[in-house]
Design a binder for this molecule. Sequence first.
Ligand code: GLU
Length: 420
Amino acid sequence: MVNLKMKTIDEFQDYQERIDSICGRTEVSQACMAMLKECRRELCVNFPVKMDDGSVRVFTGYRVQHNDTRGPFKGGIRFHPDVNLNEVKTLAALMTLKAAVVNIPYGGAKGAVVCDPKTLSIHELERMTRRYASEMSNLIGPERDIPAPDVGTNPQIMAWIMDTFSMNKGYSVLGVVTGKPIDVGGSLGRFEATGRGCMICTLLAAKHYGIAIPGATVAVQGFGNVGGNLARMLAQKGCKVIAVSDVMGGICNPEGLDIDALLQHSQQTGSVINFKDNNSITNDELLAMECDILAPAALENTIHEDNADTVKARLIIEGANGPITPEADEILNDKGILIVPDILANSGGVVVSYFEWVQGLQSFFWTESQVNQQLELVMSNAFTEVIKLSIEHKITMREAAYILAMKRLDSALRLRGIYP
Ligand code: GLU
């Protein structure tokens, strides 16, 4: 649960209510609806790790497997100090829907460790990751559940998980995680894939909305893997990225920021703030910027009922998972803002994860342009299906994406049946 300005947000309850309301408007079976509203398996572990000063610290970790009707469980691992079970359950459920929207043969899962990785030494981070991987070893595996990076985790952490799992098996298991470094079975293009997928959706949505891309003004909240790559790629397409922010704060320049130099600055200093002589802004000011495109690409619930009304963008691309609360969603829809929902907009990461898994299982690796071409194909097919459904039924893109995903899940469930 996230405590936001004294109002407690129960994300999983919000998710369940959204499923209820969408099921009410489509012919998804009662069985499918009941299954989607709960998580199949939830594991919570408290495990010890030796710290550099000789003390032992106990960390709490989770792995939630939401649904595997369409294929093995799939989803990232988050290292964050505020992460909790409810959040992991919601993110796991979103993964099920995400895989179904883009029609890749996966179910949904999510994992997390409650920690601030920035405060751990590299050795502590490695020991903690390896112990967490061991605690998860009965749940994960290439045919079972395949983790990947998420907020606070990266390719090096995936390499440690792959190594820990492989050491216990006695042979190298490439398919147990995705988002690995290239030298240990990662896929070319995976690192940038979520940002690239967001960029593809932005171009398609802008075309649909009549926003000319060269010269379009963009504000990006979050300058990590997703926001950073999205800003870079949109700048390359000729957009004017006028504002970006991270946890420390934001900066803006109405003439457009130099994104390549900003990426370097943020890598060197750990934040976008204090970049050259640009104006500083707060995260809330960024969300309220006068711009064509807004990409919330940080954490959940950043646009809520108290600030939704200030949003002036024409188009929102949800780079993060769940950045808009249901109340804010309604306000933004009433304002006529087109929202490309998370389960479509940020699905590029899991799509290329799927390519990485396929490449690892076959020990046959693709070129970067093959990966990018296939990603573009999968994303534009999904985008076209969602927008078509949304126009036909006069519903939002979020409702259309949920309906498309739920119909695919329902069909798979009907064909498989309920065991026994
Ligand atoms: N963590 C990413 C997401 O939320 C990627 C998951 C994956 O590649 O499995 O979509």
